[in-house]
Structures are given as C-alpha cells and as structure tokens.
Write a protein that binds this ligand. Structure first.
Ligand SMILES: *Cc1c(COP(=O)(O)O)cnc(C)c1O
Length: 465
C-alpha cells in the first residue's frame, strides 16, 4: 500500500515509513492512496473471527509490502493477548437500540490502548528489520503518557521519555506511568505546567542534531497506524449487531477526531454505517462546525472529560482531504487560513456531504453528571465522563427507527473517580489487576523546566547511538 499526504506535496511512502514518520514533510497527514474494500460476503465471513483475527484481516491490505506483512497475524495476537476481557471489546446493551462498546479492557483502561498496544509492537518489528532504534519523547497531561509507556515498555528498539507536569496529574494517572519500572521507560516530572512540557518536546524536535542523533519519534494521534488499528473495533461491533446485512450507527466522544475518523474508514471499506454522532464537551469546535460549516477555534476550557479538552481536531484534515476528492491544494489553503486566522469555512456542497454522515452534540459538565446518574439509575451501568458524552450523542442522533447505535465507552469509570462520585454518589473501584496500583513502587526523575538539563538527561539515557 502507498500513502499520500493530505497536502499533496510530500513524497509517497510505504507503510513502514509512514509508521515511523508521523507527520508528512509538507505538514499534512498520511492516508492510503486508495481505500481497500471488502465485499458483503467477505464482511459476513469475518463475523466468525476473534478480535485479533479480525484485526489481522482488516489491517492486511494497509500493510501490504511492509516488512511485517507476513507476521501481522502473530503481531495482532500478541497485541491483544494481555487485554482483560475475553472479547477484547465487549458490547453491553443499555436500551432497546443502544449499546456501549467497552474500549477500556487494555492495560491503562482507556481506548488508546487498542491502537498503541499494536503500534508499540509494529515499531519494534519494523525497527528490528531495519536494525535501527527510536527514542520516543512525549508530553502528557494524563492518558496518552501511560498508554504510550505500556505500549513501548520492554521493546528492544524503543526508548521512551514521558514528561508530565509535576504535581499536576491525578494520583491514578501518575501511578499508571511511574510504576512501570522497565529499563527503557523514563518518566520525567517537570517542575512546570503541561504547556511547559509540550514546549520542551517541541524544542527538542526543533533541534535537528538531537533529532537525528537519537532518531526522535512521536506517538501522537496523527500517526496513521493508530487510526488503522481503531478501524477494527468499529467492524467488530458492527458485525456483532448484524452488519453487513443491517445498518449500524456509532456515537463517539471526540477530541482530535481520530477515533471517529477510524469509523469513517470502516465505512469507506464497505461497512453499512448510517451515521456518526459526534460528541463534544464544552470545547465544542466540532459541534459548532456541524451547525455552521465554519471551523472557529476558541480557547480551551478544563472540563470533567479532560481527554477531550482540545480545540484543534487534527484528524479532521483527513476527512476534508477525502470529501474534497483528494485535492491537496484545497486542503492546504484551508489549513493555511486556519493557521493565520483561527477560522475557515467549508464549501457548501462539501459541508452538505459531511452532514449526511455526521451530526454533532455538545454536553457541559452538568450534562455529563446528569447522563452518568440517569444511566446508572436506569440500568445500573457506570459510565465515565467521556463515555457519558458518547451516550448523550447517541440519544440526540436522529436515526431511522430500529437502527442499532453503538456508543463508544472510551475510558473505565475508575480512571475518573472524582467526577463519577460527584455524579452518582458512589466511587468506582479499579479492576482487580490494578487494585494495588496506588501502593506500587514509583520511579521518576524530577527536573526543572530547563531545556538543556532535560536534553542532557535524554541523551544520557537513550540507547540510540
Ligand atoms: C483521547 C480520548 C478521547 C478522544 O479521542 P480522539 O481520538 O482524540 O477523538 C476520548 N475519550 C478518552 C477517554 C480519551 O482518552
């Protein structure tokens, strides 16, 4: 499979280079040059596969020509072997036509594990074939750091450095990162804010000598391989509920538009998906876009669903490229306008096309608490604040009668115990394998918000050279 940039001016690459590159050199995001598709009969036959088997089948066309092409079956098996539910991504029925797809049975209890557990293995296999190593450097305000650490720990070809703002992440989130004692994992508590951490990462990437010496790499959600891995659970849920013979809808709590874009890819591949109901919190740039056709950035406000406190949905660029029929110049001009003025509008015809497939809903913190409480009262089921936004989006979506709706449960409620407790008066417990998390031995290094000291630390501990 060849990959092209959404801005149309970067070299075409194969899967292995796209995996390692992240962003394209023209500032765009990589997408497959053609969307692979399966026939109705092929989809129907996939209903017999287990999660790892389905993953291998769906991923196969995307990794054609890669050094890992022949091993994809064993890699997906290893990636999902440690998940704590036999179904990997179980469906729980909440109402006549409403299901919760539980995407929190991976090591860090959030849906990012479903992509990153696979991506960590892919890195290791591709780098070993190339006899190379990478140094992953990333900043985190909570969830991404632990998922990336669990994905990269003990991988021979990867060293990982995660910076978090000292004293500013929750106890559960910190322990999920700092109790991983593997030799290739380095947690740095920076005496500063999350923005300081992010600036330190940017400055390190801007230092081309350091970047080259250490083969610096990122694991953020603009990486195509993460999207690819997420297509699998859309197909998994749809096949359980009657696809390809029946239409299904999805409701997705969204920040960067990565998760919901993976659903769009599943639709491009031939699954009958009627609609995507996109949920936002108070940071509602997407909801406003669906209402008006204009993308306008405002400031970010903190909410009870912190993993969605984002104002720029980077992966929306991939959707624009597709609905503009792969016109890289059109996408470039929209993105340039956004960078300059914080605003762009989409052509009316294109906007109408987008509205046929997507609808938007916003939910503020009071709404989040109300949905958690109502769902618990009606069904006994406990939602986390992000998943509550998914359920609200499902309830607001106008769908043909009888269409099953799958709401994505993107985190375990015990990751956000304070919010859940304030909504329904009970504190959710961590699952048994993490029950002792807060008493486990921690290891991290505290460093000042000083680029030279942090660079020296990373150089000293990275194995690349
Ligand atoms: C990252 C995250 C999201 C947002 O996902 P996107 O792919 O950025 O849309 C939603 N919920 C949780 C719990 C997350 O960790």
């Amino acid at each position: 499979m060849r990959y092209i940039s959404t801005r149309g001016r970067a070299p075409e690459l194969g899967f292995d280079d796209v995996l390692l590159a992240g962003l394209a050199t023209d500032g765009g995001l990589y997408v497959p040059a053609v969307w692979p598709t399966f026939t109705k009969d092929e989809w129907a036959a996939m209903a017999a596969l287990d999660y790892a088997g389905l993953a291998a089948r769906i991923i196969a066309p995307f990794v054609k020509g890669s050094v890992i092409e022949k091993q994809i079956g064993e890699i997906t098996k290893a990636a999902y072997a440690g998940f704590t539910h036999k179904a990997v991504a179980p469906l729980v029925q909440l109402d006549t036509n409403l299901w919760s797809l539980e995407l929190f049975h991976g090591p860090t209890l959030a849906f990012k594990d479903y992509a990153l557990q696979l991506v960590g293995l892919l890195f290791d296999h591709v780098l070993k074939a190339r006899k190379s190593r990478i140094t992953v450097v990333s900043a985190t305000s909570g969830d991404t750091g632990s998922a990336a650490i669990e994905a990269c720990k003990d991988r021979d070809a990867v060293d990982i450095f995660i910076m978090h703002p000292a004293g500013r992440v929750s106890d559960v989130q910190r322990h999920q990162m700092t109790t991983v004692l593997s030799k290739n994992v380095h947690n740095i508590a920076v005496a500063g804010t999350f923005d300081d951490c992010q600036n330190l990462v940017k400055d390190m990437f801007a230092d081309s000598r350091m970047r080259g010496d250490l083969n610096l790499s990122a694991v953020n959600s603009i990486n195509w391989a993460r999207i690819m891995a997420q297509v699998v659970y859309y197909a998994w849920a749809a096949l359980r509920l009657g696809a390809p013979h029946k239409e299904i809808a999805f409701a997705v709590p969204t920040g960067n538009f990565g998760n919901v874009f993976a659903g769009y890819v599943a639709r491009k591949m031939g699954l009958p998906i009627a609609k995507f109901a996109v949920g936002s919190n108070k940071n509602d740039i997407l909801t406003r876009y669906f209402e008006t056709g204009a993308m306008t950035a405002n400031g970010v406000v903190p909410t009870l669903s912190p993993s969605m406190d984002i104002q720029i949905s980077s992966n929306f660029e991939r959707l624009l490229f597709d609905v503009y029929d792969n016109d890289g110049a059109a996408v470039t001009s929209l993105m340039d306008r956004f960078k300059q003025s914080g605003e762009y509008s989409v052509d009316a015809k294109v906007h109408a096309r987008i509205l046929q497939m997507f609808s938007g809903t916003r939910l503020d913190d009071n709404g989040i608490k109300r949905v958690i409480k109502e769902t618990h009262t009606a069904t006994g089921y406990v939602l986390d604040p992000h998943s509550a936004i998914g359920v609200a989006a499902a309830q607001a979506a106008k769908l043909p009668v009888g269409t099953p709706v799958v709401a994505m449960a993107t985190a375990h409620p015990a990751k956000f115990p304070d919010a859940v407790q304030s909504a329904m008066g009970q504190r959710p417990a961590l699952p048994p394998h993490l029950a002792d998390l807060l008493t486990r031995e921690e290891r991290f290094t505290t460093l000042p918000n000083d680029l030279d000291q942090i660079k020296a630390y990373v150089r000293k501990h990275a194995r690349h050279t």
